[in-house]
Every structure is written in structure tokens, then in C-alpha cells.
Design a protein around this ligand. Structure first.
Ligand SMILES: Cc1ncc(COP(=O)(O)O)c(C=O)c1O
Length: 467
């Protein structure tokens, strides 16, 4: 599970199938500010509105599934992270969700942008992002990707392997230029998160390990290369992390490299990037630290470790994605079928099958991620019952919300809203079962703007050369 609570069927009250972290709500219509975007509320008639726009109206106009981004919520989180971490540099991690308009919001709020593919890079450049404010990631960047980045003049390439150092050098040679690079290092820290999203332990594909000297060798290669300008070291320890504990060890091990580098070269390394991975609340019991708490904690860690190594504190950067866009997004689905399933021990679970699923949000199937849900088109007086929101795909793991208390009268035609859906849902969407990917609209002060239109069947079928 990606939230920080022990889930399972061992509920204190005998055999209830509800996980221990999920309490029966006093009111299933309530929208907890912990998980809903700041402009989400119920109107007097009980219907959900986001930034002054009724969810049902959006669903009718754009169809479902639909992703709704609360623009003011996104912008205020972006500002909050930038201000809390000032004067550190904040890169918004575009992999969480990126569109041209989002890239412009990011720039307008004073953040830089982290991209990790040719697609994200091209989108950012076409959206008008200043290349100097782009950081380019990826564990296996192709020559084409690197050339595009170098030709555009990206501010930094985060090199991930010796092979990539060679590749960047030869592209820089070919284009007769120099490239600013950071070396991605793994510090051996196992962030307390799902295996697939923990990225700094040694036995995985990212970066070069500080253990055994691989990271230092890479730094020395970059430092001595006439075509590369070594800016610093990059360490990203994982995702959906709630506190600063893992960062403390990672910063210590990364800064030890700074000390070793100074010993070897007599030079001070300029910058440490601590990556992203700051967690958000997907369910009410999740309690991530605030941007301000994290900023203070990380500052203290960096200062303390620098003192320990007798180093001048370097410039620092971070790369939050989910923490900015996650809470700003709400997914809307229409209920198509309802089943009451006997789960044993005298308990039942309501299965609400909706018109989306793992093709638009793979996280529950991929990581066992938990989400919350609410009936969005109306308030209900019915008692809350344990429910599961499932999709339309041919997999029993096609679950969107594994456990939520929803009104017992949730029925066909109801609109289900899933908060905290802005990150790694639409951006990881697939065409599984030949399903077109849903649109994303932004809402702000009663106005609606399309960020991504719905993919059509014709869009998809146009790829099939046999038709
Ligand atoms: C290098 C790097 N930076 C930043 C992020 C963003 O992580 P998050 O969206 O959890 O903040 C990721 C996520 O995978 C990443 O790999």
C-alpha cells in the first residue's frame, strides 16, 4: 500500500472486511479537506461543485470518465512549495501530469520543469517553457532525446549511467557545445513506500551507487570532460514519502560525495537535488507533512550534514510532482452496475462498476494504491456501507477505489468522484481494451477550460494500418 497505514482484513471488530485505517464516516456526504481540492464543496442541493462548476454539469458536457483540475488549487500549491523552499529551486515533475497549459501555470508560478522523455520535452518547449529552466531526466535517454535537449539548450541533463555520459559527450562534441549535467546517484536509502516507487536502494535501474564508488567515478568523468559542466548531484529516493527521515540519510550520503569530490579535486560541488516524492493524502487517515514542515526539516538536514563535512551548503533543488497536481485533480465516473456481494462473516460489500478503470488510473492495480470516493451528483440520507469502485476492464484487479464507505443507495446513473486523482492517473493512462483516454478540464472561478480533449475511437483506430 502506498499510504502509511497497515491495511488488511484484521479489523478490531472481528471480521469486518474494512481495512483498519478506514473509519465509518458519520456523514458519507462530507468532503474531507485532507483529500479534496480546496475549491471542492457541496452546494445547498447536495451536488458536488469544484471551483464553482457543478460536477454533474461537467460530466454531461464532457462525458465520463473525466479528469477535473482545480486550477487555483494547483497554482496555490505550486506557489506554496516555491515560497516554502525559497531560495531553493523547485522543479515541477511533469511526469505527474503535464499539458501545455499546465506547463504555462508552472512557469507563471515561478517553478522550473522536470521532464523525462522526448514527449515531455517537446510538449514543454512547444508550450513555451524556457529551456534553461528545464531539467532532463531518464535512465535510458536515447541519442535523439539527448540531442533534442542539448539543441534546445536545456538547463541541465541528469545523467544516469556511464553510457549516457559518453552519449552526451559525443552529442556535445557533434554540436560543438558544452552541456550542464548532474549525476544521478543512489544512496542505498529504502524509502518507506512501494517497491516499484522506491528508487534509491542499490538493486534497481536508476542512477549510480554511492557505494563502491560508481557515483564518484561518474562525477570525476563529468568534471574532467571538456564537453560537460558538472553542476552537482541528484538523489531521488522514492515517491509518496510522508516525512524527512529517508532524506536525512540520503542527504548525508550524497554530501559525503561532495566531500570526497572536494578532496579529489579541491573544488566545491555547486548543487544538490533531493528529487521529489513528497506524499499526499489519498484517504483521510493519510497525514503527509506540509511543504513548510518539509522545507524546514530538509534545510536543517542539509545544514547539519554540511557542517559535519565542513562544507559550504550547496544550492539545493527539489522536484515535487504529486504534491502539486495530485490534490488538485478529481476523477468523475458514471455508475453503470451495482452488486451487493457477500464477503463472508455476515458482511457484504457494494460493488459499483463505473465507466473507467485501470486504463485511466493504473495506480490501484499497479501499487495497491488507495483512494477515496463520494457520490457527486447528490447528497444521500442513506447509511454508509462498505463499497468498492471497480472499472470496466477484463481484470479482477481493475479496481479504482478498493475500500470506501459510500451511501447504501448509490445507484446506476450516479456520478462517483475520486479526489486526489491529479497525479499519475491520466498521465499513466493506456488504451487497454481499446479504451480511448479521458479528457482533462481545468475549472477556475466558475469557468471551464479543456486541457486535453477526449481521445476518440477514430484517434485510436487511425493507428491500425489494417483498417
Ligand atoms: C527523478 C524524479 N523526480 C521527481 C519525481 C516526482 O515524484 P513525485 O511526483 O512523487 O513528487 C519522480 C517520480 O518518479 C522522479 O523519478
Amino acid at each position: 500500500m502506498t499510504h502509511m497505514h497497515v491495511a488488511g482484513s484484521a479489523h478490531a471488530e472481528a471480521a469486518s472486511p474494512a481495512p483498519v485505517w478506514l473509519d465509518m464516516p458519520a456523514d458519507a456526504n462530507a468532503l474531507s479537506p485532507a483529500v479534496w481540492s480546496s475549491q471542492a464543496r457541496r452546494r445547498a442541493d447536495g451536488a458536488l461543485e469544484i471551483a464553482g462548476v457543478e460536477a454533474e454539469e461537467l460530466a454531461r458536457r464532457f462525458g465520463t470518465p473525466l479528469y477535473v483540475l482545480d486550477e487555483d488549487d494547483f497554482r496555490s500549491r505550486a506557489r506554496r512549495w516555491r515560497t516554502a523552499f525559497d531560495p531553493w529551486t523547485v522543479y515541477y515533475a511533469g511526469k505527474a501530469f503535464l499539458s501545455a497549459k499546465v506547463a504555462r501555470w508552472v512557469a507563471e508560478e515561478g517553478l522550473c520543469l522536470d521532464v523525462c522523455s522526448l514527449g515531455e520535452l517537446t510538449l514543454a518547449l512547444r508550450a513555451g517553457t524556457d529551456p534553461a529552466r528545464i531539467g532532463m531526466h531518464g535512465n535510458n535517454k536515447s541519442a535523439a532525446e539527448l540531442r533534442a535537449g542539448v539543441e534546445a539548450g536545456v538547463g541541465r541533463v541528469i545523467v544516469d549511467s556511464y553510457d549516457e555520459i559518453t552519449r552526451v559527450e559525443s552529442i556535445a562534441e557533434e554540436l560543438d557545445t558544452t552541456v550542464k549535467v548532474m549525476v544521478r546517484v543512489t544512496t542505498g536509502v529504502e524509502a518507506h513506500t512501494h517497491d516499484y516507487i522506491a528508487t534509491a536502494h542499490d538493486d534497481q535501474k536508476f542512477g549510480l551507487s554511492v557505494n563502491g564508488g560508481a557515483a564518484l567515478v561518474a562525477m570525476m568523468r563529468c568534471y574532467h570532460s571538456p564537453r560537460l559542466e558538472l553542476l552537482g548531484v541528484h538523489s531521488h529516493i522514492g515517491s509518496q514519502i510522508f516525512d524527512t527521515n529517508g532524506f536525512e540519510v540520503a542527504a548525508r550520503r550524497a554530501l559525503k560525495l561532495f566531500a570526497q569530490f572536494r578532496e579529489a579535486t579541491g573544488q566545491l560541488m555547486g548543487e544538490l537535488d533531493l528529487g521529489g516524492g513528497f506524499g499526499i493524502a489519498y484517504v483521510e487517515s493519510d497525514s503527509p507533512a506540509s511543504a513548510e514542515e518539509l522545507a524546514q526539516g530538509l534545510r536543517e538536514i542539509v545544514d547539519h550534514e554540511c557542517r559535519g563535512f565542513g562544507l559550504e551548503p550547496p544550492r539545493v533543488s527539489i522536484e515535487p510532482g504529486r504534491a502539486i497536481v495530485g490534490p488538485a485533480g478529481t476523477a468523475l465516473y458514471r455508475v453503470g452496475t451495482v452488486k451487493e456481494v457477500d464477503v463472508g462473516g455476515g458482511h457484504t460489500r457494494h460493488y459499483l462498476a463505473v465507466d473507467g478503470g485501470m486504463s485511466d488510473n493504473i495506480r490501484p492495480a499497479l501499487y495497491g494504491a488507495d483512494y477515496s470516493a463520494a457520490v457527486a451528483n447528490r447528497a444521500s440520507e442513506a447509511p454508509p456501507v462498505l463499497s468498492r469502485v471497480v472499472g470496466v476492464h477484463c481484470e479482477s484487479g481493475d479496481i479504482l477505489v478498493r475500500d470506501a464507505f459510500l451511501p447504501a443507495d448509490a445507484r446506476i446513473g450516479d456520478l462517483i468522484a475520486v479526489p486526489a486523482s491529479g497525479a499519475y492517473s491520466r498521465s499513466m493512462a493506456s488504451n487497454y481494451n481499446h479504451t480511448p483516454r479521458p479528457p482533462v478540464v481545468a475549472v477556475r472561478q466558475g469557468a471551464v477550460e479543456t486541457l486535453l480533449r477526449r481521445e476518440t475511437l477514430e484517434d485510436m483506430l487511425a493507428l491500425d494500418e489494417g483498417l
